[in-house]
Design a protein around this ligand. Sequence first.
Ligand code: AMP
Ligand code: MG
Length: 331
Amino acid sequence: MKRSIALFIILTLLICAVGCAPLPEPADTFVAAMDTEMTLRLYGDTDGSAAKYLTAELFRLDAVFSPTEESSTLYSLNRFKTIRDADILSLLQTADEISARTNGALDVTLLPLSRLWGFIGASYYLPTADEIAETSRRTGTDKYEVVDDSVRLKGDAELDFGALAKGYAADVCRAYLEGLDMPALLTLGGNVQSVGDKPGGEPWMIGIQDPRQPEACIMTLALRGTNAVVTSGDYQRCFDLDGVRYCHIIDPATGSPVQNDLCSVTIVADSGVLADGLSTALFVMGPDAAFEHWRQSDDFEAVFVLKDGTVYVTEGLKGAVRNCNFEVVSR
Ligand code: AMP
Ligand code: MG
């Protein structure tokens, strides 16, 4: 009898110790890297060592992928036309896969066109058709090759991982945090990455920017567990001329900023780099081809905001949407 009472007390204490354990506290760290502002919200990083490690990783990746910083690895590739670098090789291989599945909508060779249109350095310019044709000769996924793990550029080609690098960085951070079993919500500019379940049992609430009122949210997504949520839009870096909006995402087929019915595309996927690459590629493809690509895939969900204000949400995400009217894209 005494033994069973003792056992009961021990069990009660154990359950209470687990059940009543204080929730890990969130702590925010701000990082300015990759041309954007980032917030790392880590739960339970009591000595700040995880934030310190991730900050260093983000600066390291910035120093690899910056297309404009003269000391970066990518700058060196674009200048000297060859490099052997594990991060660049890995991201280029992922870019190739996403480019293949989206009929070339994602193309990491468009830097000369981005420069021509003035999106590098925000000195916007409306080029002539001849200038676009001339510059387009330097672009295309046939303008690079991988030989013995080295990336080589042909002629005067240049690479730009602006469509993918933040997603790649989010994956690097996620892998580290998963190793520590540390929940987190990372905001790397327009890329949000949740890691693990939010302590306390509530879902992560992730706002999607309203493309026509970027300081407000068009909806909130209530998501559990680990997800990458990445938005590409026509409002992020753009200029308006004679009633036409020119945005920083270039259609490789025309050499000009994308013109279609979309204002923004948000992708939800397990992988940050996939979500980032697809958000850019599906924005290029336009709504109909993008819906079709979702129907043929099983590795992402999406939210589309059209210029006429309609919001489309793919079937798998409809239960997660808060505070927004929308149409459902079905299989
Ligand atoms: P994101 O904001 O992720 O959609 O990426 C847009 C950035 O990717 C641009 O600022 C360019 O640096 C680059 N970019 C523009 N158009 C494309 C494209 N069609 N494919 C790949 N990268 C692109
Ligand atoms: Mg992207």
